[in-house]
Design a protein around this ligand. Structure first.
Ligand code: ZN
Length: 67
């Protein structure tokens, strides 16, 4: 799974209230998010979970392709 790719897609989001972009820093097995307000942080965290689940599914599909 490429957390950097997910972090980049999270950084394309923009807060509807403050018009600010978040900072998403990929760590070893998670992504650190910092942004302007709590409600936007929650939105980004939801998107992050969704993207990670999607990537995990892709990883599983890739693993089974070789069989
Ligand atoms: Zn905000």
């Amino acid at each position: 799974m490429d957390l950097r790719k997910i972090a980049r897609s999270l950084e394309r989001e923009r807060c509807s209230k403050h018009n600010e972009k978040p900072t998403a820093t990929p760590k070893r097995d998670s992504i650190e998010i910092s942004c302007c307000c709590e409600s936007f942080r929650k939105k980004i965290a939801n998107k992050m979970e969704f993207e990670i689940a999607k990537e995990a599914e892709n990883d599983i599909k890739k693993a089974f392709k070789g069989w």
